[in-house]
Every structure is written in C-alpha cells, then in structure tokens.
Design a protein around this ligand. Structure first.
Ligand SMILES: Nc1nc2c(ncn2[C@@H]2O[C@H](COP(=O)(O)OP(=O)(O)OP(=O)(O)O)[C@@H](O)[C@H]2O)c(=O)[nH]1
Length: 377
C-alpha cells in the first residue's frame, strides 16, 4: 500500500468527522468540542500540506504542514483543558507550532534532523494531552478512551523520533512504505475516531450535568431549589438523622424584603437574595442541606447539631448577613427564623410546619430573631 493513500484516508476521515460534529451537535464557541474540531481540521490541513510538499514547494509546504500538525496537537491539549476545566496554557500552545515551524524551515534539508525534531515536538504535545486526560481519570469512560488513544499515538510518534535519532539507516522517510509509517498512520486514524467518540461522550456528560443542575438548583442563589431540598431532606431524615435527635430544621425569612424591592428596585432585591445564598453556603457545613424554599424564604436541615452549636451558628448567620449587605449594598438586612429539633419518627412536613409556626412567632415578636422550640438551644 502507498503511504500517500493512507494519508489521504486520514485527511478525508478528519474532514468528515469535523463536518459530522458541526451537523450533529453544532459547535458552541469556546466549547471543548470546538477545540477538538480545530484539532481535526489541523490534521486535515497538515496532511494536505505534506502531500502537497511531495509535488511542489517542498520546504514551504512541509514546514506549514508540520506547523498545522503541531497546532492540531495544541488543539488536543486545549480540548482536554476545556473538558477538564483546567487553565489553558495559551503561550505554550501557541509557542510549540511557531517554534517547530522555525526550526523545521531551518533544518529542512537535513532529512533526519527535521523528521526527529518534528516527531519529538508533536509526540510530546500529544503525550501532554493524554497525560492530562489519564491523570485521575477514575471511572470516566471518555477520559480513558481519549487518553489511551492519544497516548498510543504519541508513543508511536516518539518511537519514530527515537528511530531516526538512534538508527537513522533503518528509517527512510515519512512517506516511504515503512512498517512504522503504516502502523502510525493507522493508529492515528483509529485515535481520531476514538477521540471523537470519547469527546462526544464527554459532551453528553456535560449536557446531562447541566440538566441536573438546572433541575435541582435555584438559578439566582445557586442553592438547592425547593423540590430538590425536600427530596434530599426527606431522604436524610429517613436514613438516620431524626432518629438520633440531633437534626435541626430551620426556616428563615428575610425581613421587610418587599420594602427593599419597592424602595430600591427588584435587581437590588435579587442582589440581597444572592448575598443571603452566599452567606448560608459559607457559614454551613458540607453535610448541612440548604435550599431556597421560595421567594425570600430559605430552609436548612442541620445534621449533628448540638444545642450550644446551634446558638453560635444562628448568631453567626445574623451577623454575616447584616455585615455582607452593609458592605456590598450600603444597608443592613436581617432575617427572622424558626427552628425545631426533628423528633424521632417525625415526617419532614410535620417538622416544617412546626418550624414555620416558630418563624411566624418570630415575625410577630418584632423580626430580626430566631425562635426555637425546646431542645434546640
Ligand atoms: N427581587 C426579588 N424579589 C422576590 C423574589 N421572589 C419573591 N420576591 C418578593 O419578595 C417579597 C416578599 O414580600 P413579603 O412576603 O410581604 O415579605 P416581607 O416584605 O419580607 O415581609 P416580612 O417577611 O413580614 O418581613 C415580595 O415582594 C416578592 O415579590 C425574587 O426572586 N427576587
């Protein structure tokens, strides 16, 4: 078989997959899949230029070709960073193809050296992407799929560099019918297909997580929405919390919130709600459940909450909300709350009803306070 035929097959494959990505998922700017699409187009452009270099302007086209392949390897690292939420090392990603282009143009007429440098740089770039993907991959199928495919690809490319450097007489040219060239191009083709499948899986996982977030979180405060909080709280009480008698349920309502909206505007009211969400998230433990019950009312299920601890937490919440609102908005906001210790065997609805009664009393007692049933403090 002719190596050029394989090169054309890889090129066409990369172009078709790139087109299929646009048609099937559309490409959002700055998404991981968009970076992967750049990587596919880079492969196609790189191989197209390398084929062109066998026909005319060898130095120029081959140099542009290896730059495109290196840029494509940078796009592979970028894809990994985007899907994994890692910071993007922009400078290194840009520097690699530019530096490779310069060196390649300089040593072009030295066949062995130009092949070695090209394969070393691109091999290391792809190895970098696979390391990012495989590091801590855990049970994520897509990371294994993409990571193993690119690692195998990188090792073959680095193998070619080692061969050229160590045993130059055994390796003729990139387009010569050498077993390593066939193996590496076939593996590259497989890794492009597997990578595309893997990143499509990642994209689907991302979309699924976004849906779960949308269905369970309150968009304004980022806290659990009422439905999700009720489900999790009921599950927590059913599991153990209530039977141990150390779970406190707190219903909390911001004071005079209607006045804030009326006098300062709805956006300021929204800001107050966001600050309240941040305060609650910041002051509570990870094991506590915090939700936005509705409007300006919040619900908290505090696990393993000893009597002394609740008093201190409540004081911290009042203080933190007041201070944060004063610092950010220039006026203080306080809340009224009702707290009950959930009784063994008590349902969530019954506990909420009792806490709401306490909250009602707190509002009527002058607001800005937390009233509790016996045993909470
Ligand atoms: N800005 C904003 N306001 C909201 C939101 N949800 C509910 N509200 C407003 O919250 C206000 C609640 O008013 P009330 O129930 O009278 O409560 P309040 O003014 O805090 O009075 P007290 O609770 O008795 O102190 C209403 O004006 C709602 O329109 C929201 O998401 N953003």
């Amino acid at each position: 078989m002719h190596v050029i035929t394989l090169l054309v097959a890889v090129l066409v494959n990369a172009l078709l997959m790139s087109l299929a990505l646009v048609v099937s998922v559309g490409i959002r700017a700055r998404s991981g899949l968009q970076a992967w699409q750049f990587m596919l187009l880079g492969q196609a452009a790189g191989f197209g230029l390398l084929i062109g270099a066998t026909l005319t302007l060898p130095r120029l086209l081959a140099t542009l070709g290896v730059m495109a392949l290196s840029a494509s390897a940078s796009a592979m690292v970028l894809t990994a960073c985007r899907f994994l939420g890692l910071p993007v090392p922009r400078r290194a990603l840009l520097a690699a193809p530019l530096a490779l282009g310069l060196v390649h143009a300089f040593v072009f007429w030295h066949q062995g050296l130009s092949t070695a440098v090209t394969n070393l740089v691109i091999g290391v770039q792809i190895l970098w992407a696979s390391w990012l993907l495989l590091r801590g991959a855990g049970r994520l199928r897509w990371r294994w799929l993409c990571g193993v495919a690119s690692a195998a690809n990188a090792l073959l490319i680095l193998g070619r560099a080692a061969l050229v450097l160590g045993w130059p007489e055994t390796y003729p040219r990139f387009i010569a019918p050498h077993p390593l060239n066939f193996a590496s191009l076939m593996l590259l083709n497989a890794s492009l297909v597997l990578g595309t499948m893997g990143f499509l899986l990642a994209h689907r996982d991302e979309a699924e997580q976004a849906l779960v977030r949308l269905a369970s979180l309150d968009p304004l405060t980022g806290l659990l929405n009422r439905r999700e909080w009720m489900q999790r709280a009921a599950r927590a009480l059913g599991a153990s919390g209530a039977s141990e008698g150390d779970t406190v349920l707190l219903m909390l309502d911001l004071d005079h919130f209607k006045c804030i909206n009326d006098e300062r505007g709805h956006p300021v009211g929204d800001e107050v709600l966001k600050i309240a969400g941040e305060v609650l998230r910041g002051e509570l433990r990870a094991s506590d459940l915090v939700g936005r019950y509705g409007g300006e009312e919040f619900c908290l299920l505090l696990r393993h909450c000893e009597p002394g601890a609740f008093g201190r937490l409540d004081a911290r919440l009042h203080m933190a909300l007041t201070k944060r609102c004063e610092a950010s908005l220039g006026f203080a906001v306080d809340f009224s709350a009702g707290a009950v210790r959930v009784q063994p065997g008590e349902t969530l609805a019954a506990a909420i009803k009792r806490a709401d009664d306490q909250l009602y009393r707190a509002k009527h007692a002058g607001r800005g306070r937390t009233l509790c049933t016996d045993g909470v403090l």
